[in-house]
Design a binder for this molecule. Structure first.
Ligand code: FE2
Length: 384
């Protein structure tokens, strides 16, 4: 039986923004400083002495900057349909011919023998459930990157309303595709490590939105021979590792997640701010709508302040949770990219970090399709 939902009152957005302004943790860290100022269109389309042209020029980023005001209106609430609820838990349509290898004992799988683009709707329902259970799944040898971009979007749109990222570059005409792009001859790594010791920046994507993403797709277009792996952490296991007394203390607490620092960072680099930044308040422990698992829902990149706590109290508790998540190598997985790889994760029960660990200028180019899901909900603490 589904546990009874408790009401999670949401303060108006303006209040959340005010909390951010009044001083919370503000350790926004973004290692991949792409943007229109560092993007070299000619080097990407024609190649250089050191680099061939981009393999997928149709996916090269544009920013469509507008001078005076953001291009898009604030996002409005919508009713999310969670397809994982309709899935056959024996996965006959998804895994019939699949070879599944576990990445670790508690997070991650690698799958061969499935072509995601060919899945029926029943197969897609099963995909949503499978990913919710495994947290992150790397599907190898996919044709996703070769599909017309609109077809890839139509596919991803099955899982929820497309999120349009407020700051990232996107392929021309397809603002719903979030691009991760580090160009040939990019000096990001050299610049970044002048002021930071590492590039690890744990986060779940765009948690400052009222309805953050659920089943999320990221696929490789072009990448370095080695490096640029992605780290994932199981936020449900991170919750389970805590003592019952500590879990009980976290229940009922809510925190502000802010997109303001990301927008400021983008503006500072001459980049886009397509929508006015927002901040939203979410429960610190959220429950997955299909598996019923409880998971920590805080991340160092966007979670700023615990509602009702003084700054020192809030920083103390959030820093403990961020450390707990970052140090939990025994509930983390590291995903290696290869041509044709599509990685699908459930953004509600995971956090991840890119790694900026290669500095020889090789291009890294990925596309993300980011369906939004339900507003995070908390269910009451249950002792074992
Ligand atoms: Fe991310």
């Amino acid at each position: 039986m589904a546990p009874a939902l408790i009401e999670t009152p949401q303060l108006p957005v303006r209040s959340a923004s005010k909390v951010v302004a009044s001083g919370g943790l503000a350790d926004y860290k973004e290692a991949f400083s792409s943007g229109p100022k560092v993007f070299n269109s000619e080097a990407e389309t024609k190649g250089t002495a050191k680099q061939p042209p981009a393999k997928y020029p149709n996916y090269l980023p544009v920013w469509d900057l507008e001078k005076n005001r953001p291009r898009y209106e604030p996002l409005q609430p919508f009713t999310h349909k969670e397809h994982g609820k309709d899935a056959d838990p024996t996965f006959p349509n998804l895994l019939q011919n699949a070879k599944v290898s576990e990445l670790t004992s508690n997070i991650g799988a690698e799958v061969e023998g499935v072509q995601l683009s060919k899945l029926s709707d029943k197969g897609k329902d099963e995909l949503a459930l499978f990913v919710a259970q495994k947290k992150v799944v790397a599907f190898r040898n996919q044709d996703f990157a070769d599909l017309p971009i609109q077809d890839a979007l139509n596919y991803g749109g099955y899982f929820g309303r497309h999120h349009i990222h407020p700051t990232s570059g996107a392929p021309k005409g397809f603002p719903e595709v979030h691009l991760v792009h580090r160009g040939a001859e990019d000096t990001t790594a050299r610049d970044f490590f002048e002021t930071r010791t590492n590039s690890v920046a744990w986060h779940s994507d765009v948690t400052y939105e009222e309805q953050p993403p659920g089943t999320t797709f990221l696929y490789l277009l072009d990448g370095p021979v080695a490096g640029g792996d992605t780290l994932f952490v199981n936020q449900a296991e991170a919750y389970r590792r805590l003592s019952p007394e500590f879990q009980r203390r976290l229940h009922g607490l809510k925190a502000v997640h802010s997109g303001h620092e990301q927008a400021d960072n983008s503006r500072g680099r001459g980049g886009a701010v397509r929508r006015e930044p927002v901040a939203n308040i979410h429960p610190i422990v959220r429950t997955h709508p299909v598996t019923g698992e409880k998971a920590l829902f805080v991340n160092a990149q966007f979670t700023r302040k615990i509602i009702g706590y003084k700054k020192e109290e809030s920083d103390y508790l959030l820093n403990f949770l961020f450390d707990h998540i970052a140090k939990g190598q025994d509930f983390q997985a590291r995903v290696k990219w290869a041509p044709g790889t599509v990685v699908v994760w459930d953004n509600r029960v995971t956090a991840h970090s890119a790694l900026l660990d290669w500095d020889d200028g090789q291009r890294r180019h990925l596309a993300r399709i980011t369906p939004q899901a339900e507003r995070p909900e908390e269910t009451p603490f249950e002792s074992k």
